[in-house]
Design a protein around this ligand. Structure first.
Ligand code: NAG
Ligand code: NAG
Ligand code: NAG
Ligand code: NAG
Ligand code: NAG
Ligand code: NAG
Length: 515
């Protein structure tokens, strides 16, 4: 494979990659200080937006990381007559449990609703939400309540089709909330139509939500809320030839957006897919599709659409946080397959341990992005991962590759002893496909919490945690929240790096002109 792909002198290359990583002190603290992108947590809220067809199936897949984790699922007033849905289950370490939700949890049309699904556990879990298992399955990773935020930008796939329309849903947690919707595009609300420039103000009670549907693409619509909210975006139903697709995804709040992203191409891709890049303020974006980098300046609220071509990875970086959402349009030839929407993880959020769930009846793949010199040490279910062909991501020190997982529904563990990497869980079947980022299993931090361990053993493990956290933090500037005491020694040891200083002073154009 070699290093043929580098189009720049080494100096540019170094700057290109490191300059865009924000300094640790500026990262993810800009709004309410809790904007850490976590997939593990103890409380989650979600809802099920309108989808294709009239026989929907809704499911949550709950992954456990500790023995005897007890999980409760509840939906208040799910039938509209005040009745409450309640279910309790037990999940063990390394287990994934699927829970079917009642069909009536689905929400139709433009409406306020009280059918917010609440998932509560006594130890950390991760949750994947699945909609419409049979007609057109679509999944999203849920972010826990602790990762929710107050500012979001909607991004919905744009289609020319008349029978397809975008939708989004805003849900609140245990307090009353007020939500402002700064409309971009055109949508229905109450009995009127609102368009670009209009502002809607909505009051929500605890565990209430509002579902909107658009008449035109709603990308760039800004949601600002008094208290944190969960936001889902998607498209009701898009039919192409033989297949109808409902797509949806939970968005990340602006305060947890990253600055550097790599989008690997899908293994089965035959047509151009799309990636949507959203800016919340004036932002300089550098992107590279193949050999040539380009730069653009995006105004706040604008959404840039780029093609993702078969076999060609995309590299994107920006001077401030951006939102990057991947849209697989579904292959048209020979059979039309299912479309899906997926958040792309930013490089700073890569972690060392993932759990991914292979989906039943699919050809399942682990799609990975890793540091070029670290690919040899990746482990799948306790075995070294050997059969992967790694391909360079031009413009970076990273490679991408994929591994085929079995067709059985089960949870797999993929890890690296020291170097963070990205893992996307994707799959295809005769006329279906799905894509979902792997859940970061930070079980390095769990060990210190295990109550049954002897004190000495516990200290030993905490020491390992300390070392591992230090390794992650020094390469990616992200510290586990649970260990604030690590911050000082680490910052001191690391000192100011060249990249950071340049990052504060040089605009992107200067760096480019040095090439
Ligand atoms: C809706 O339900 C009816 C009756 O159950 C069925 O005949 C029809 O095929 C369904 N339509 C879709 C799109 O699933
Ligand atoms: C339940 O929901 C229905 C319809 O959304 C609403 O009219 C009713 O007041 C709710 N009942 C309770 C007890 O919340
Ligand atoms: C993480 O947890 C898994 C079980 O889910 C265990 O097999 C593995 O050894 C743990 N890894 C570390 C580094 O603690
Ligand atoms: C729909 O199908 C047609 C014909 O196969 C194809 O050319 C077109 O690109 C598809 N549209 C989308 C949005 O995938
Ligand atoms: C296309 O779909 C049909 C019907 O599901 C199936 O029999 C055929 O094998 C598919 N072709 C390909 C190339 O996947
Ligand atoms: C990639 O790995 C090498 C060797 O472990 C390390 O020196 C380098 O900093 C890593 N690069 C990135 C971008 O993490």
């Amino acid at each position: 494979m070699g290093r043929r792909g580098f189009a720049f002198p080494p100096m540019f290359f170094l700057l290109g990659l490191f300059w865009f990583l924000p300094p640790a002190s500026a990262q993810r603290t800009n709004t309410i200080g809790t904007c850490q992108t976590e997939t593990l947590g103890r409380e989650f809220i979600t809802s099920y937006m309108e989808d294709c067809g009239n026989s929907s199936q809704f499911e949550v897949q709950i992954a456990g990381y500790f023995a005897f984790t007890s999980v409760s699922l509840s939906i208040s007033n799910y039938t509209g007559d005040g009745a409450r849905f309640e279910k309790k289950i037990m999940v063990n370490q390394g287990e994934m449990v699927r829970v079917r939700l009642p069909e009536s949890v689905g929400i139709k049309g433009v409406t306020k609703f009280s059918k917010v699904v609440l998932i509560k556990a006594d130890k950390d879990i991760s949750v994947v939400s699945v909609s419409n298992k049979h007609v057109s399955p679509e999944t999203t990773v849920l972010y826990p309540v602790s990762s929710l935020g107050n500012e979001h930008y909607i991004v919905t796939p744009s289609t020319d089709s008349l029978d397809s329309y975008p939708e989004f849903s805003v849900m609140t947690y245990e307090d009353r909330n007020s939500v402002e919707v700064h409309v971009k595009g055109k949508l229905h609300y109450l009995t009127k139509v609102y368009s670009t420039g209009n502002k809607l103000e909505i009051k929500l009670l605890a565990f209430q939500g509002y579902q909107f549907q658009g008449i035109a693409d709603l990308s760039g619509t800004r949601i600002v809320s008094e208290k944190p909210v969960a936001v889902l975006v998607g498209q009701v139903c898009f039919c192409n030839n033989t297949k109808c697709s409902h797509v949806f995804e939970q968005l990340l709040p602006v305060c947890s957006w990253g600055t550097t992203y790599i989008i690997p191409p899908l293994p089965w891709q035959e047509v151009d897919e799309r990636v949507y890049i959203t800016a919340s303020q004036s932002t300089t974006v550098l992107y590279q599709l193949g050999e040539q980098p380009e730069t653009v300046t995006l105004a706040g609220g604008s959404v840039l659409q780029l093609p993702v071509k078969p076999s060609i990875p995309v590299y994107v970086s920006a001077n401030v946080g951006i939102q990057v959402v991947f849209y697989s349009v579904g292959t048209a030839i020979p059979n039309s397959s299912h479309a899906f929407l997926m958040n792309v993880p930013d490089v700073a959020s890569y972690c060392r341990m993932y759990s991914i769930n292979a989906q039943e009846g699919f050809e399942n793949f682990a799609l990975m992005v890793a540091n070029t010199s670290e690919t040899g040490a990746i482990i799948l279910d306790n075995q070294p991962l050997r059969d992967v062909v790694w391909n360079q991501v031009p413009g970076t020190e990273f490679v991408w590759g994929m591994h085929t997982l079995g067709p059985a529904i089960r949870s797999h563990a993929v890890e690296h002893p020291s170097s963070p990497f990205a893992l996307l869980s994707v799959g295809t079947a005769a006329m279906d496909s799905y894509g979902i980022p792997g859940s970061c299993r930070k079980n390095v931090t769990f060990k210190c919490q295990t109550e049954s361990l002897q004190i000495k053993e516990q200290l030993e493990m905490c020491k390992n945690v300390f070392l591992q956290a230090a390794a992650i933090a020094s390469s990616f500037h992200s510290l586990p929240q649970q260990y604030p005491f690590l911050l000082l020694p680490l910052l001191k040891r690391r000192g100011p790096s060249m990249g950071e200083n340049l990052g504060e002073k040089l605009p992107v154009e200067n760096i480019l002109s040095s090439s």
